[in-house]
Design a protein around this ligand. Structure first.
Ligand code: CU
Length: 121
């Protein structure tokens, strides 16, 4: 082996390591775009059409709230997430348990009936 080949080999080794790491990072960066569950909750006066949502721990869930009647919003207790009408919120269900979601806009007499539960197992 000639002396000049050593640094060349070294540069090759380094670039292979850097490239290898780079592609791994690329895969990680792509994963947040993945959604395990897409849920649409329709709200009307005075109920949500989905009263129980079951998830597995670490599911990436995308919840959309559609107001088919009246103006409502959702607050998910325990996860501290708020979803306004016709908006989508995506989060990871990283806590196990039962979490109530309630209408967070006072919409009338039946407002307190607008509740549901997210179950994460
Ligand atoms: Cu309400």
């Amino acid at each position: 082996m000639k002396r000049w080949m050593l640094p060349v080999g070294f540069v090759f080794a380094i670039s292979a390591i850097v490239t290898g790491c780079g592609s791994k990072e690329g895969q990680k960066a792509a994963s947040p775009g993945k959604v395990d569950k897409t849920i649409t909750i329709n709200a009307k006066n005075f109920e949500f059409d989905q009263k129980e949502i079951k998830l597995k721990k670490d599911d990436i869930v995308s919840i959309t709230l559609k107001n088919s009647q009246g103006i409502h919003a959702i607050h998910i207790e325990g996860y501290d997430k708020d979803i306004k009408g016709n908006e989508t919120v995506t989060f990871t269900a990283d806590r196990i348990g039962k979490f109530d979601y309630v209408c967070s806009i006072f919409c009338g007499n039946g407002h307190s009936d607008m509740v549901g539960t997210i179950i994460v197992e």
